[in-house]
Design a protein around this ligand. Structure first.
Ligand SMILES: [Zn+2]
Length: 327
């Protein structure tokens, strides 16, 4: 048998098979309803022996006029990130779950639907999708008591995490739980006090609300990390295991496309913007130099990445973590 014969016969058979296959699938081109449903909002990585799961609370948009800086510069920075509507800058909210092997620690809890658009408040749903239950959480650590971080701790006056102790800096607890400070606060800021107070109440009643001072390790490998400026007691948490580390940085930045290249641009939510700017500028220098992995509440989901000095000399680039298979 000649090789060329086999080839031409084989090709003929293959092309007939293809023709048949196309004929068979043609009717399926009829419109199928779009599904819209997204994948569950969780993403997992390892820091040494610790499992870290980013949990998506939701997304929305913020108006860039909330940023304090030259509007023309802000607009050009946004356009560089393909965000052409300065009134609708995309923003996400996420919390981070750390399983140390002996403790399950949730750092920030999303809004619980108590603040922001109805597209927020999905953290517990994503926690469940990720394989855990709210009652398994031993400890909730809050970076600060703003509603998009602390609102998720309660629903209908009850604790969402019935077995967890909730910890935050004493400075933040003293500020946001104060009726006197709330009474003097501008109307639009009162919601933050209201949510913090409603959220704290059932945990205080159960003896599970524990403000702390200082930077001592709270559980092995998880320690507060001073990041002052955003709120009176705003803090990060450094996760360390087997020589690897991750800084959960809370609200160091809200609009990465603007504040990474220009860390001197602040946002209206910062209670002490001069300190917040100083803190951000110094922290970005350090984190870019030591290449520490960062977990950010408001960088695009999953909010895990590192910083690198920008090639054009303008501040920093956020370099997202890559998707990893852990199994
Ligand atoms: Zn926030």
């Amino acid at each position: 048998m000649k090789f060329s014969t086999i080839t031409s016969r084989t090709l003929l058979a293959v092309s007939l098979a293809f023709a048949g296959a196309f004929a068979a699938v043609a009717p399926a081109q009829a419109a199928a309803p779009m599904q819209h449903k997204q994948v569950p909002g969780f993403y997992r990585t390892m820091i040494g022996d610790y499992e870290v799961t980013a949990l998506y609370d939701g997304g929305g948009s913020i108006d860039s006029s909330l940023l304090h800086g030259d509007p023309a510069l802000i607009q050009s920075l946004l356009a560089r990130s393909f965000q052409n509507d300065p009134k609708q800058v995309s923003a996400t909210v996420q919390g981070f779950l750390v399983n140390t092997g002996s403790k399950l620690v949730l750092i920030d809890t999303g809004s619980g639907g108590h603040w922001g658009p109805p597209t927020l408040g999905k953290l517990v749903q994503n926690l469940k999708a990720s394989g855990y239950k709210p009652e398994q959480i031993d400890l909730v650590l809050l970076t600060h008591l703003h509603a998009d971080h602390a609102g998720g701790i309660y629903q209908n006056g009850k604790r969402v995490f019935p077995n967890a102790t909730v910890m935050m800096t004493k400075a933040d607890a003293d500020f946001w739980l104060s009726k006197e400070i709330m009474a003097k606060a501008p109307e639009e800021a009162k919601i933050f006090f209201k949510v913090a107070q409603e959220g704290a109440a059932p945990y205080i009643a159960a003896g599970k609300w524990k403000p702390y001072e200082g930077l001592a390790e709270i559980v092995p490998g998880i320690a507060p990390y001073a990041i002052p400026g955003h709120t009176p007691g705003h803090t990060g948490y450094m996760i360390s295991s087997k020589g690897q580390s991750l800084l959960i940085w809370g609200d160091v930045a809200h609009v990465g496309a603007v504040q990474m290249p220009h860390p001197e641009i602040s946002i209206v939510f910062d209670s002490d913007s001069a300190t917040a700017i100083k803190t951000r500028e110094a922290l970005l220098v350090k984190l870019a130099a030591d290449k520490t992995m960062i977990a950010a509440a408001h960088m695009p989901f999953p909010g895990l990445g590192r910083l690198r000095k920008a090639d054009n000399g303008e501040g920093y680039d956020w370099v997202s973590a890559t998707f990893l298979n852990l199994e």
